[in-house]
Design a binder for this molecule. Structure first.
Ligand code: SF4
Length: 281
């Protein structure tokens, strides 16, 4: 499999994931995409970013993978939905990239976070890269919507030190309207992580009028607290930084008039999670 010229001209490192990237793997044949997904020796990567302090403990390198089966109304990175928008990168090249950061990451008590898109669309590549990271002594964190958690064996889970799990809504109807997909596989993965005592940070994107329902959040907070393995909750106020991508990709964007949630709403939602005994940031 060869990476196309356009992809080779693009730096794997980005300032942030808000760079619009499209069609960088479009010349990879369908057969090679399937082979890559089955074996994990090739991944499709939107970009690597460095210096994050919000995607896991310490200072992180984040690999943003392409491919996602959700269609969240508030998605900030719709260019990550299609796998072949990403740069095709061999596992060896990704490991070499990681090795460059290895010493600094250990010094700063950080690690590698794999995000997306939805990284478990490329579960074999993710596990192989995490295995390499752990061999280098680098902490590993998976940022996932959880829907494909059943793809991971118990042995795979050992390669993940921390899961950053998104729960988008407790209410199944609302979840489907918001993401296009069912909530049950996400909750099942959350329960499985709990039964294995795997550390989890919960991420909750807060959009006024969409994910700020009092009862919905009360149920989410109650469930999350009952798991016993959620170390912290990050309430992430919606913003419009990804809006330009929807426009440039020609996808209908329903939140163009949505405002970030008010300070009062953010405080109320944080208080709801705190009220269940959870640490909230
Ligand atoms: S799960 Fe994440 S990447 Fe996928 S559509 Fe939702 S916000 Fe976007």
């Amino acid at each position: 499999m060869s990476e196309n010229l356009k992809a080779e001209q693009v730096s794997l490192e980005a300032k942030d994931p808000f760079e619009l990237r499209v069609d960088l793997g479009q010349h990879v044949s369908e057969t090679d995409v399937h082979r890559a997904l089955a074996g994990g020796d090739m991944g499709f990567i939107h970009s690597f970013t460095t210096g994050s302090t919000v995607d896991g403990p310490g200072v992180r390198v984040v690999a943003w993978l392409t491919g996602c089966q959700f269609r969240c109304l508030y998605c900030h990175n719709p260019d990550t939905w299609r796998m072949t928008n990403g740069v095709p990168v061999t596992l060896e090249k990704a490991k070499a990239q990681l090795r460059k950061y290895g010493h600094g990451l250990k010094m700063m008590k950080g690690g590698l976070t794999i995000s997306g898109g939805e990284p478990l669309m490329q579960d074999r590549f993710v596990i192989k890269l995490f295995t390499a990271a752990q061999t280098m002594g680098i902490h590993t964190a998976l940022d996932s919507n959880g829907y494909l958690g059943s793809r991971l064996t118990d042995a795979d889970l050992e390669k993940i030190d921390l899961v950053l799990l998104d729960i988008k809504s407790w209410d199944s109807e609302r979840h489907r309207r918001l993401t296009g997909m069912d909530i049950d596989p996400v909750l099942n993965f959350a329960r499985r992580l709990s039964s294995r005592r795997k550390p989890v940070w919960l991420r909750y994107v807060l959009v006024a009028g969409l994910t700020d329902d009092l009862e919905d959040i009360a149920q989410t907070a109650n469930f999350v607290a009952s798991l016993g393995n959620v170390e912290r909750v990050d309430v992430l106020p919606f913003h419009q930084m990804g809006a330009f991508k929807w426009k440039q990709l020609g996808i209908e964007y329903k939140l163009q008039d949505a405002e970030p949630p008010s300070k009062e709403t953010v405080e109320r939602v944080c208080a709801q999670f705190r009220g269940e005994g959870l640490k909230v940031y």
